[in-house]
Design a protein around this ligand. Structure first.
Ligand SMILES: [Zn+2]
Length: 256
């Protein structure tokens, strides 16, 4: 009777497993190098070869060291970044780091106003076209600013990009973030700019609202033009820094 039992276990296991990944896999991650954009005054990415070449006994050996701020390049903001009791990056359950990508395209609004923030009405318009935002979604804001990466003055919207008070780029509004958390069922949000709060924000309300709700954010998400408005599945895996407020993340999407 061993074989039928095994088959039963396999069948049950097959039913409980998530859908197999089918479709085109897209990398939504910028490389980390000396050009990677970091927030003003943050330590940039540093990478240095410590060994690089043939050893005396003839085999190849290469190794390097790196250091950087948690919040630069393609990365995840953990809830604790703006909420004392929020999860640190290692505490986010791994099943919450993957979900259906909902892409809100606000390039038209941003074209006439680089300080534009996503409005609740923009979400309503998206739902008229595509239906309700599904549960456990990851809502991505497609502003078009990714076209400027890694030109720091253009990407951060300032000729003085090391002065955080002079930045101009779009983001979420506090009202839109509150709506997504209170009225929809989202795992997190993401954006193709340096921050989910717009460049002219002073007290980062979207970060505060998100952190208090124990939700995460993805920033500097690359190549959002390659995603459809809905139906892609994204997975964002940040470095598991114990107690970390965030960390560099490899983000991929499976586009059906
Ligand atoms: Zn961050």
């Amino acid at each position: 009777m061993l074989i039928p039992v095994l088959l039963t276990i396999l069948a049950v296991g097959g039913c409980t497993m998530s859908q197999p990944l089918t479709g085109t896999i897209v990398d939504l991650t910028y490389p980390f190098d000396e050009h990677t954009v970091y927030w003003p005054k943050n330590e940039p990415f540093h990478w240095e070869k410590t060994s690089w070449g043939p050893t005396q006994t003839g085999y190849w050996y290469a190794s390097a060291v790196y250091s950087a701020s948690e919040h630069g390049g393609t990365h995840l903001d953990a809830p604790i970044h703006f909420a004392e009791s929020g999860w640190s990056v290692d505490e986010i359950p791994v099943d919450q780091l993957t979900g259906e990508a909902i892409v809100l395209d606000i390039r038209a609004q941003v074209g006439s106003n680089p300080d534009y923030t996503l409005q609740v009405d923009d979400i309503a318009q998206w739902e008229i076209s595509h239906g309700p935002i599904p549960p456990k979604a990851i809502v991505l804001l497609y502003t078009g600013f990714g076209q400027y990466w890694p030109d720091k003055p253009r990407y951060l919207g300032s000729s003085t990009p090391d002065d955080a008070t002079t930045l101009h780029f779009p983001g979420f509004s506090a009202e839109a973030a509150t709506f997504l958390i209170a009225k929809r069922d989202i795992l997190g949000i993401g954006i193709d700019t340096a921050s989910i709060d717009a460049g002219q924000s002073r007290d980062f309300p979207v970060h505060q609202i998100l952190g208090r709700a124990n939700r995460y954010a993805l920033e500097n998400v690359a190549h959002l033009r390659r995603l459809p408005p809905k139906g892609a599945r994204i997975t964002a895996l940040p470095m598991k820094i114990q107690g970390g407020t965030g960390g560099p993340a490899r983000i991929i999407a499976t586009v059906p």
